[in-house]
Design a protein around this ligand. Structure first.
Ligand code: SF4
Length: 355
């Protein structure tokens, strides 16, 4: 017997076909309940009990809370979700005074094998389905209330462009059905050149972030093995094309790694590449992971690195490291939960309707 699909996996016509005999106002009620109220079918009390039961039989929400960690200030919450096949993924909710951002996963694990990344260290398992991606956004929006979930970033576990078609469909549903504008969505890629070029042609206003981490091919290949297939020059060309087609500036993400890519010579190489691509640079202190011997750069090194970029006319932002007191690096909560299996903080998270 095949597992029931997530109700968020279905588009409207699939929902109609699944229920067959239901009038269109019932389909509207289900659609509104799923997307605007963020409720699973079993809680759609506007429906007759029999229809609720039928829907609950035909579909099954994908995410079950497995663990959570929260920073001491309560502003960053990392969640570990268990999927219906037992696989585990993470999402991170970051709160600001009046709004929140969620960072979602697009795959179980990742095949890109970046050495400094806990997800890469664990290897690839499978792509996420549409419903598994959308449910992360819906759960975050429910949890963020009364704050507004304003932004979605595809920066969690996995390489979003390796799961291209599903991520693209998810973006459409996030904008059309969950009401978050394309300009408030960012896809972060390790630099898959054909997909960056294809994405540039989609006619979307979605932001693009490229994880660069090294500005010469030797260094970048040592950090990001996929650089062998897609070297820096090709990545920069694709970013220029993205900017030309969409009018949107690309961001380069740069994990600051002590003694590895935080030297003045690295800054000079980055200046050259960022200037050519006309990219913004985000400097992110590396979150250490147990499987990688290096640590993040000290704050004064990050400041002087940023100053070098700015003096050369490159826009650079130092990202605050959200969650140094939790397993903040991508894939780390899952890795630690699997290691400790029972020690992670267990939580129950009932869906709430956004107000
Ligand atoms: S950094 Fe991103 S692309 Fe690299 S292994 Fe981790 S999740 Fe995959």
């Amino acid at each position: 017997m095949t597992a029931a699909r997530s109700p968020w996996d279905l588009d409207r016509s699939e929902l109609e076909a699944l229920l067959g005999d239901q009038p269109s106002y019932r389909i509207d009620q289900i659609w509104t309940g799923l997307h605007q109220q963020g409720l699973p079918p079993s809680e759609l009390t506007v429906l007759p009990k029999s229809l609720r039961a039928r829907l609950a039989e035909l579909t099954e929400p994908s995410l079950r809370p497995a663990a959570a960690q929260e920073t001491a200030d309560g502003l960053t919450v990392k969640r570990l979700w268990e999927l219906t096949d037992g696989a585990r993924i993470e999402s991170v909710l970051m709160h600001y005074p009046n709004r929140s951002t969620v960072c979602v996963s697009s795959q179980v694990g990742c095949a890109m094998a970046c050495g400094f990344c806990a997800t890469g260290q664990a290897g690839f398992d499978r792509h996420l389905s549409l419903g598994e991606i959308l449910e992360q956004v819906v759960a975050a929006r429910n949890e963020a209330a009364p704050r507004r979930l304003s932004n979605v970033v595809f920066m969690g576990m996995g390489e979003p462009f390796a799961n291209y078609a599903t991520v693209l469909t998810a973006i459409g549903r996030i904008t059309d059905d969950l009401g978050i504008g394309a300009r408030k969505i960012t896809v972060s890629t390790i630099g898959l050149v054909p997909q960056i070029r294809r994405f540039a042609e989609e006619g979307l206003q979605v932001g693009l972030a490229v994880s660069l981490h090294g500005a010469n091919n030797d260094l970048r290949t040592s950090l990001v093995p996929v650089n062998k297939r897609h070297p820096i020059e090709a990545v920069v060309d694709a970013c220029r094309m993205f900017r030309e087609r969409t009018g949107r500036r690309v961001s380069f993400e740069w994990a600051m790694i002590d003694g590895v890519n935080d030297r003045d010579s690295d800054a000079r190489e980055l200046i050259s590449v960022a200037t050519t691509a006309r990219a913004h640079v985000n400097l992110i202190p590396l979150n250490p992971t147990p499987g990688w011997p290096t640590v993040g750069s000290p704050p004064d090194r990050i400041d002087s690195f940023a100053n070098l970029l700015r003096q050369a006319g490159v826009n650079a932002t130092i990202r605050t490291n959200r969650g140094t007191d939790i397993d903040a690096a991508c894939g780390q909560l899952r890795a630690n939960a699997e290691r400790a299996s029972t020690k992670a903080v267990r939580v129950e998270m009932a869906p709430r309707s956004p107000s």
